[in-house]
Design a protein around this ligand. Structure first.
Ligand code: E4P
Length: 219
């Protein structure tokens, strides 16, 4: 499962990219609104840091507006993937954009049927919003499991992107269920590295190494 960062923060993206395990970035209008940067410049800079897919979202309401935006966003860089929202307009725009060779990330997917529509429209990614499903008292992971199963049964090539992740367990579960990608906030990415036993173990190894060196050198 590939790891994407769900942020528009250049600092966060640089830090995560430096670990060598970051494969892409997803942004959305909310995340963009937190940064003091013009949108196209922001996407362009992110694309220069990360060689993998970088999602930039359409804000048009009609299929024609979205298609026009998609063509323009796709020109920013080769690794731009255009996000389009689930719905009749978004699906119609996705079908046309995909037919033109523009990669589309169908966003705001909350059900298996919506995921089927995304795949039939030729989406490159289907973003299932797990945390927001949990927020309303349903099991986001159950929806993800159904989507993964359906895509495998149907031979869909659209990649399943587990989105709206809120904590490290979401990442683990998404991987267990067979999601192709997990996109996560920076804090969740950072938490993936952490385990108290790792910290204790590393500290003990260093102490023992120093003891050993002192014993050898007699210092
Ligand atoms: C990513 O593509 C989504 O826009 C994002 O994961 C949504 O996350 P949220 O539900 O925490 O806003």
């Amino acid at each position: 499962m590939k790891l994407f960062l769900d942020t528009a923060s250049i600092d966060e993206i640089k830090e995560a990219a430096a670990t060598g395990v970051l494969s892409g970035v997803t942004t959305n209008p909310t995340l963009a609104s937190r940064e003091k940067m013009e949108f196209r410049s922001m996407i362009s800079e992110i694309c220069s840091i990360v060689s993998g897919p970088v999602s930039a979202e359409c804000v048009g309401k009609t299929r024609d507006e979205m298609l026009e935006e998609a063509r323009s966003l796709a020109e920013i860089a080769e690794n731009v993937v255009v996000k389009m929202p689930m719905g009749e307009e978004g699906v119609a725009a996705c079908a046309k954009a995909s037919a033109e060779g523009i990669k589309v990330n169908m966003t705001l997917v909350f059900s298996p049927n919506q995921a089927i529509l995304a795949a039939e429209a030729g989406a490159y990614f289907c973003s299932a919003f797990l945390g927001r499903i949990d927020d309303i008292g349903w099991h986001g992971m159950d929806v993800l499991a159904e989507i993964v199963e359906i895509y495998a049964n149907q031979g869909y090539t659209t990649k399943v992107l587990a989105a709206s992740l809120r904590h490290p367990l979401h990442v683990t579960e998404a991987a267990r269920l067979g999601a192709d990608i997990a996109t996560m906030p920076f804090e969740v990415f950072k938490k993936m590295f952490k385990h108290p036993l790792t910290d204790i173990g590393a500290e003990r190894f260093l102490q023992d190494w120093e003891k050993y060196q002192r014993a050898i050198t007699g210092a």
